[in-house]
Design a protein around this ligand. Structure first.
Ligand code: GLU
Length: 269
């Protein structure tokens, strides 16, 4: 059970992570048409009977778009303020697009600390299960306005992996802007080969160059590989897919496109 098509058809509980670059256009602005298209694809999975939790980045970039200033401010308080503003924009868009299908969305903002304390973890799990059981789509992000320094998770690849384990998902899908992991930087080398199946994350880490300057996404390829390791450890597989391709999830389901599968071996569950 190691092709994207097989994983998508058998998974019942799916966490889908959308990066800032996934929902933005080439100019780096949040693009509502792109968001709408991705929500349509998620709805297709929900219509097939799957349960979906969304982890979405994009608060900072939406904040810049909304207020039209502070884009170059590096002070942490401005970044926090931008995320506070942008998170509202982000949720408004999700509310509108899922609302078109008659679904409600629920926002959950988390910090690193929330995963280190059993009582908090239990509460998050309860809220998640209740939202999904009641047909609401949870939209999760890091609580960027309070989550700094030791409280911070830092990137949403890791956050989505932690959420997948907490919710006991069967599949984590990271939407990115490349087809998957390559043996070398595809922007530099014409003969770069897409690795379609990874069964040994540590081996992969040792065998590929993760330092290339390729645009592997907000968190970079390193955080994506780390995310795979976090979920694979619990026997959950991860798919790294290219959301820039139209109807990518549908095409993967039909075996018409390729992606990288990080296989979580059930034997380790
Ligand atoms: N939480 C950040 C945001 O919403 C993004 C973190 C990430 O892209 O990994 O802007």
């Amino acid at each position: 059970m190691n092709t994207p098509a097989e994983l998508l058809s058998s998974a019942r509980k799916i966490v889908i992570k959308l990066g800032s670059n996934t929902i933005s256009n080439k100019e780096g602005k949040v693009d509502k048409e792109i968001m709408k298209h991705i929500v349509g694809q998620i709805m297709h999975l929900i219509d097939e009977g799957k349960r979906v939790v969304v982890v979405s980045s994009g608060a900072a970039v939406s904040g810049v778009g909304a207020i039209n200033k502070w884009a170059r401010k590096n002070d942490i308080n401005y970044k926090q303020a931008l995320c506070a503003i942008g998170q509202v924009e982000l949720m408004n868009a999700y509310k509108e697009f899922f609302g078109e299908y008659g679904l409600h969305v629920g926002q959950i903002l988390l910090t690193g600390e929330d995963f280190n304390e059993p009582h908090r973890e239990l509460n998050i799990r309860n809220a998640l299960f209740t939202l999904v059981d009641e047909g609401v789509v949870p939209i999760i992000n890091e609580n960027d306005s309070v989550s700094i320094d030791e409280f911070s998770i830092g990137d949403n690849d890791t956050l989505s992996a932690l959420v997948a384990n907490l919710w006991a998902a069967d599949l984590l899908i990271l939407m990115s802007d490349i087809d998957g992991v390559y043996d070398k930087d595809p922007h530099t080398y014409d003969d770069a080969r897409l690795i379609e199946l990874v069964e040994d994350v540590d081996g992969l880490r040792r065998s590929i160059d993760t330092k290339g300057k390729s645009d592997f996404g907000t968190g970079g390829i390193v955080t994506k590989i780390n995310a795979a390791e976090i979920v694979n450890r619990y026997g959950t597989s991860m798919l790294l897919v290219n959301s820039r391709k139209e109807d990518i999830l549908g095409k993967l389901e039909r075996g018409e496109e390729k992606a990288t599968v990080f296989s979580g071996s059930p034997a380790r569950k």
